[in-house]
Design a protein around this ligand. Structure first.
Ligand code: NAD
Length: 338
């Protein structure tokens, strides 16, 4: 079997999952190169030896010079996406990039224009679209099961025990209305089949005042109207006491679909002195493991077969633009128009 030769930059929390999938779970991929920062030398050299990876780099520009390298996975911090994406496209590589594509609309637009001028594949890690439940919901909505979609409701809540960790990495990954809520903007556009028109956002740094220093939130809410008249409500938080909670609802004129309204870890209910207890998912990595695998398999298949994927650089730009305007509305207290 011919294997697509892939390199990955950024082997942090999520990049390690992508690297593991590429190395062990995707039969038509060959992970030939990894790239990080010099401070990670010990970790990366160990990985290179244990996983038998031919190359390890500490400079992305050097990695993409490898002539045999066909595709690049970018899972570095968001602040590095613009530089890495433009360099990979210019080097003629196929690109999978983590969300958000860039820290602001300008960065995303430049990436989008470069991707449009390339004949290679460019896709963004909006993995929720690859999750089997979301993909099935989309098929059923497109088949008319709930009539015309008129409302999207997205809850994306991280557990409170990662809030301090998130605060430390916020400067490199953007505010919460971009870093987290981009997933929901992308889903809202996908399910509602329209583009955003206006947004009004509220929220605050209620439990972690450190977020207020950068006008960021630990709990944020936004109402958005779309050009086709449909609406969306987003609630993105960092202080869920029960665990990692992503819940989506699409209301139509003839019914509604809910995905994962109770983020249970398993199917166990314990009847104890504490009452009837069901454990919640602990971290996002538990919820999305299958979706991370599927999105990467789809990317490698697309490279092998030379077919473009549904999720494009433009989707990345639109989601970041929605995040920027939501943040502007939150800071100014005003309704914002797209
Ligand atoms: N799709 C999702 O559900 C999801 C979930 C988490 C993170 N993400 C995205 O993935 C990206 C990484 O997030 P993370 O949580 O893994 O962060 P992380 O901080 O754990 O990892 C980032 C890695 O990138 C490396 N890096 C940064 N700049 C670099 C450079 N110039 N050259 C080489 N390596 C560099 C860092 O050393 C680190 O190893 C972010 O863009 C984030 O938004 C997406």
């Amino acid at each position: 079997m011919k294997k697509v030769k892939v390199g990955i930059v950024g082997l942090g929390e999520l990049g390690s999952v992508h690297a593991n999938n590429l190395r062990f779970k995707i039969p038509n991929a060959e992970l030939i190169a990894i790239c990080g920062v010099p401070a990670e030398k010990e970790k990366l050299e160990k990985l290179k030896a244990e996983w038998d990876i031919p190359y390890c780099f500490y400079d992305f520009a050097e990695m993409i010079k490898l002539p045999e390298l066909e595709a690049v996975v970018i899972s570095s911090s968001t602040a590095a996406h613009h530089e890495h994406a433009l360099a990979a496209i210019q080097a003629g590589k196929h690109v999978f990039i983590e969300k958000p594509t860039g820290l602001n609309e300008q960065e995303c637009m430049e990436i989008e224009q470069a991707a449009a001028a390339s004949d290679k594949i460019f896709t963004v890690g909006f993995m929720r679209r690859h999750d089997p439940s979301y993909a099935e919901a989309k098929r059923r909505i497109d088949a008319g099961e709930i009539g015309t979609p008129i409302l999207f409701r997205g809850y994306s809540l991280d557990p409170e025990w990662v809030a301090e960790y998130l605060a430390k990495r916020a400067a490199k990954n953007g505010c919460w209305f971009i870093d987290m809520t981009v997933h929901d903007y992308d889903l809202a556009r996908w399910f509602l089949g329209s583009e955003a028109e206006t947004v009004y956002a509220l929220g605050g740094a209620y439990a972690y005042p450190v977020f207020a220093e950068t006008n960021d939130v630990d709990n944020g809410y936004a109402l958005m109207k779309f050009k086709n008249g449909a609406c969306a409500f987003y609630y993105s938080g960092r202080t869920a006491a029960h665990g990692s909670h992503v819940e989506t609802e699409i209301v139509g004129t003839k019914g509604m679909i809910r995905i994962c309204d109770e983020p249970r870890r398993d199917r166990i209910k314990a009847y104890t002195k504490d009452g009837i207890v069901e454990k919640c998912l602990n971290l996002y990595l538990e919820r999305w493991g299958e979706a991370y695998y599927l999105e990467m398999q789809h990317f490698i298949d697309a490279v092998e077969q030379g077919t473009q994927l549904e999720i494009t650089a433009h989707d990345g730009t639109m989601a970041t633009k929605m995040g920027m305007l939501t943040q502007e509305s939150y800071v100014s207290g005003e309704l914002k128009k797209f």
